[in-house]
Design a protein around this ligand. Structure first.
Ligand code: SF4
Ligand code: ZN
Length: 320
């Protein structure tokens, strides 16, 4: 069985072509001199992190910071998520403790341009940070509330966000990484994704971007072939066949029983009773005519669920 690839949580928001190039052993081009200062700035991050931790403690926030992770040779709280084609590893700057908390603590320090962008766009202006924190959130058992602290390197201002939900979509992240891992497994580079990081991309010499509508483009859909997955596909097909056969049989038997013209009878040890019942429903379109929207809102219950759809590939392609 092919081995899984490992992605670092701090890089999950990176371009999929860059991620696959690194895993396939392609070398990045040397860093141009004008970009060296960015690398130096990144190296300063642990100093800023310590300062922000002090600020947060002074403000009364409580958190654990873990320690040295010997497996990875770095500081932080090691978190790991396993998926069929890849492992996702990250190191939290801290984990919030205390009543009602439990989520990850993440600290960043930004230069003046980054700081202005963060104030205007928040984490949406930094997809890599957003996806990193989303992965950290998914790795916590009961996150409830976490903390995102950003410091301005120029003014020392501190922006603290108490997070009650992940800022990004973990399903979309898993989909991108599964696609990348499947391409790497096949020995191919994944298609790239245009972003504001392209200007200093060191794999530009390999670039090929995905300009297609990804929902319509099935070439990006990874193909899983483990015994467990193939067995699930066969169970799904069997269930679909049974469901449609069950519905057909029920309808046919029901019509035959109704045709007897009796309200109760026994047939082949089945006790059949037929009653006329009333089903009451309140169609939302009708309710809207009579009930104000804010009153409807009070009765609203939202339940999140994960829909799984499976469409026969041949039928979808029109080849059947
Ligand atoms: S230049 Fe190409 S490979 Fe590099 S980040 Fe942009 S899309 Fe990805
Ligand atoms: Zn580790």
């Amino acid at each position: 069985m092919a081995t899984k690839v490992t992605f670092s949580a701090s890089r999950v928001g990176s371009c999929t072509r860059v991620l696959s190039a690194g895993l396939l052993g392609y070398a990045p081009t040397p860093t141009p001199p004008e970009q060296l200062r960015y690398i130096q700035a990144a190296k300063d991050s642990s100093r800023w992190e310590s300062l922000v931790k002090e600020d947060l403690r002074d403000l009364g926030y409580k958190f654990d910071i873990g320690g040295y992770c010997p497996a990875c040779g770095r500081d932080g709280i090691h978190v790991q998520l396993e998926y069929p084609l890849f492992t996702l590893i990250g190191h939290l700057d801290g984990q919030m403790t205390g009543e009602g908390w439990g989520g990850p603590l993440e600290i960043k320090a930004l230069n003046s341009n980054g700081w202005s962008k963060y104030l205007s766009k928040g984490l949406d202006g930094f997809p890599e940070y957003r996806d990193q924190y989303t992965a950290y959130w998914a790795a916590r058992k009961d996150p409830r509330k976490g903390l995102y602290a950003v410091k301005s390197k120029n003014t020392s201002e501190l922006d603290i966000k108490e997070m009650t939900a992940p800022p990004g979509n973990i399903d979309a992240i898993i989909e991108r990484l599964t696609y990348t891992a499947a391409m790497v497994r096949a020995g191919k580079l994944a298609l790239g994704e245009e972003s504001d990081k392209c200007w200093f991309c060191r794999f530009k010499y390999l670039c090929a971007k995905d300009d297609s509508n990804t929902t319509a483009d099935t070439s990006r859909v990874p193909k899983l072939d483990s015994t467990e997955m193939v067995k699930a596909a066969s169970m799904w097909r069997e269930a679909a066949n049974l469901e449609s056969r069950a519905e057909r049989l029920h309808n046919e038997a029901r019509d035959t029983f109704l045709s007897a013209g009796l309200s109760r009878f026994e047939v082949d040890s089945l006790d059949i009773s037929i009653e006329t019942r009333t089903r009451i429903s309140y169609p939302i379109e009708e309710l809207r005519k009579w009930v104000p929207e804010d009153a409807l809102g009070k009765a609203k219950r939202v339940r999140e669920y994960r829909e799984v759809r499976a469409i026969e590939r041949k039928a979808q392609n029109g080849n059947s």
